[in-house]
Design a protein around this ligand. Structure first.
Ligand code: ADP
Ligand code: MG
Length: 243
């Protein structure tokens, strides 16, 4: 049996605003190389959970471990920039005054030539090398999205947190970009926690789904398990519109 720790493990995370528990004793895991989707209706606490993991929001209680090492509890806290966590949000726009290459290199340390070769490798992977010295406004929305993806991946984070990254894209583009993004993440071997309110997106992308409702994780498991054996009527209803 594999006894190595999960890539990400959060235990018993709670966060209240004005006396209301928005995140209520949430525990979940993400295994190395896997995509876990945090799925639930709008307002159920997904983004707050992600912000706590990223370290830009504090929990009231609970712990976060990456590869078995404590990242954060209520006393000890590694700052966000040292967590080896990549971030991609819907409105995580590129820096407009930097070129595509400068955007992708932004989080990279080390010698100039090394950084340049990593940037070229990543842009080639998403088929955007020709835009390397252009500015973001010269690219389409879908192209900017792919630049944002490789910018987040450039420092080889241990885990990537994605908050509804595809919801700003029109339907025609969305499936392609989703599939492309998934392929790149799998190739890089990056573990992912992806937030979405769309069951079909979770079914399409996830190795595991953590279903969230009213601040709580209702069920975590393989997509077909949640689909075939939802824990209660509400969970069943949530999956029932999938075609
Ligand atoms: P989701 O991402 O699932 O849509 P959020 O985590 O953004 O949900 O929000 C969950 C709930 O917490 C919402 O009711 C939201 O209004 C509330 N909330 C989030 N952040 C704050 C805050 N800083 N202060 C007060 N309420 C907040
Ligand atoms: Mg949200």
């Amino acid at each position: 049996m594999d006894t190595s720790p999960p890539r990400l493990e959060i235990k018993d995370i709670t966060r209240s605003f004005g006396g209301r528990a928005v995140v209520d004793h949430v525990s979940l895991t993400v295994q190395p190389g896997q995509v876990t989707c945090l799925l639930g209706p709008s307002g159920c606490g997904k983004s707050t959970t992600l912000r706590i993991i990223a370290g830009v929001e504090m929990q009231d209680s609970g712990t976060i471990h990456v590869d078995g090492e404590l990242v954060c509890d209520t006393i000890f806290r590694i700052p966000p920039e040292n967590r080896s966590i990549g971030l991609m949000f819907q409105d995580f726009s590129l820096f407009p005054h930097l070129t595509v290459a400068e955007n992708v290199a932004f989080g990279l340390r080390g010698a100039k030539a090394e950084k340049r070769s990593r940037v070229i490798q990543l842009l080639r992977r998403v088929d955007l090398e020709r835009y390397i010295d252009d500015y973001p406004h010269q690219l389409s929305g879908g192209e900017q999205q792919r630049v944002a993806l490789v910018r987040a991946l450039a420092p080889s984070p241990k885990i990537m947190l994605m908050d509804e990254p595809f919801s700003g894209l029109d339907n025609r583009l969305r499936d392609d970009i989703r599939d492309d993004t998934l392929a790149v993440l799998k190739e890089e071997g990056t573990a992912v926690l992806l937030v979405t309110h769309e069951p079909d997106e979770a079914m399409r992308m996830a190795d595991e789904i953590a279903l969230m409702r009213d601040g709580k994780i209702v069920q975590q498991g393989a997509p077909y398990n949640l689909y075939n054996a939802p824990k209660d009527r509400e969970a069943a209803a949530f999956f029932s519109d999938i075609n």
